[in-house]
Design a protein around this ligand. Sequence first.
Ligand code: SF4
Length: 471
Amino acid sequence: MIDEMTHSCGLIAVLGHPEAANLVYLGLYALQHRGQESCGIVSRSNGRLRAAKGMGLVADVFDQPKLDKLVGDSALGHVRYSTTGATQIENAQPILVDCSKGSVAVAHNGNLVNSLEVRAELESRGSIFQTTSDSETIVHLIAKSRMTEIEDAVVDALSKLKGAYSLITMTHDALIAARDPRGFRPLVLGKLGDGVAIASETCAFDLIGAEYVREIEPGEVAVIRDGELKSYFPFPAKRKARCIFELIYFARPDSVVFSKPVHVVRRDFGAVLARESGVQGDIVIPVPDSGICASIGYSQESGIFRDKGFTRNHYVGRTFIEPKQSIRYFGVKLKLNPIRGVVSGKDVIVIDDSIVRGTTCRKIIDMLRSAGAKRIHYGVTSPPYRYPCVYGIDTPNKEELVASKISIEEIRRFIAADTLSYLSIRGMLSVLGDEAKGYCTACFSGKYPVVHAAPEAAQLDIFKYSSINIR
Ligand code: SF4
């Protein structure tokens, strides 16, 4: 899959460091793959919050003068790709508001499945929304809560929401990180000298020199104030539903998410596909970059030599001027070009992480044939993608998902491969061992862990789970 699906958001916060905003800026660089439409940073100094946001990539939005204004020893950052709400600056995050609870900044990753109902109810009670994003619903619920303490107000707000959220809230004196009880989206906790870092993925920690401690657990609300972290589990426990697509495609391979090293999991998916399919050929090549890790596993398991079959152009921008004389598959060719000397005359096993619409891999296969490949076996290291995601991944409509419309054999004919092999759901879950039941697989199975229904009764008894001093 090349750029057929996009992620929703990436988060990072740094507390207790004199260069907090600079480090958050760097962390956002590492998380850029999770969102490219807009980005923002809120910093805190002497209890005062300051924000800077813009449309575009982190490198385009922030420069040194902008960062210099974000003073303070704590900062919160966000990169966004819209899955709900329009592409506009008002929807950029963190959302910073002044309300009855003081200044509050909120950064959110995930999709709320009942945000429209909650929003309609809030509007009927007089709330005026500034943005079209579901994340603003959380801000209004916090502001409207009758709870006086900010952590109680955050829990009160979250108790009314359904769906996926990994959330970081910053106030004048606290930082609150929370994950929905199913834990759809990742969120990790790290140490940074005497301070604390929280991020969507550990690749952000590696860049800023933070040390990974653990996941923020599904259902956990972690409150950090005065260097102490207090952890609460205020909601009834639910069966976990971590997004397996984070491991298949979205997270960076150098990250640890859901306590799993992403590269190793992908490599194992490739090994299982090699065992399940038994397909033989002369060489294994990955579709860059998403098929690289799995192709290593396929090659190791099958004993078939792995080579570089494509060169990827990493410098393709968002827009380009197409030549007047049309070039076949211009868009894909700009990004990928087969290496003729590797594939010509060979039985080629191509490893990809998924097929969404099928149109891109059809072009890839045609390009490989033009480069002289004799037979092309397409190996996909996930099951057929049949159902759209409602928890924060931007997927096409069901009608556009090729596997929801036609059989695997028909897909093989459509993409013009000699053979087509998918990883089975059972094979995919076998890689995750005992924890397999704690993953969402709805886009393959259609079994959605959270349905679009009325909010559950709130359970607001906050009980203290643990208290550790981070210093
Ligand atoms: S539906 Fe698929 S992409 Fe969405 S959360 Fe579940 S596993 Fe992830």
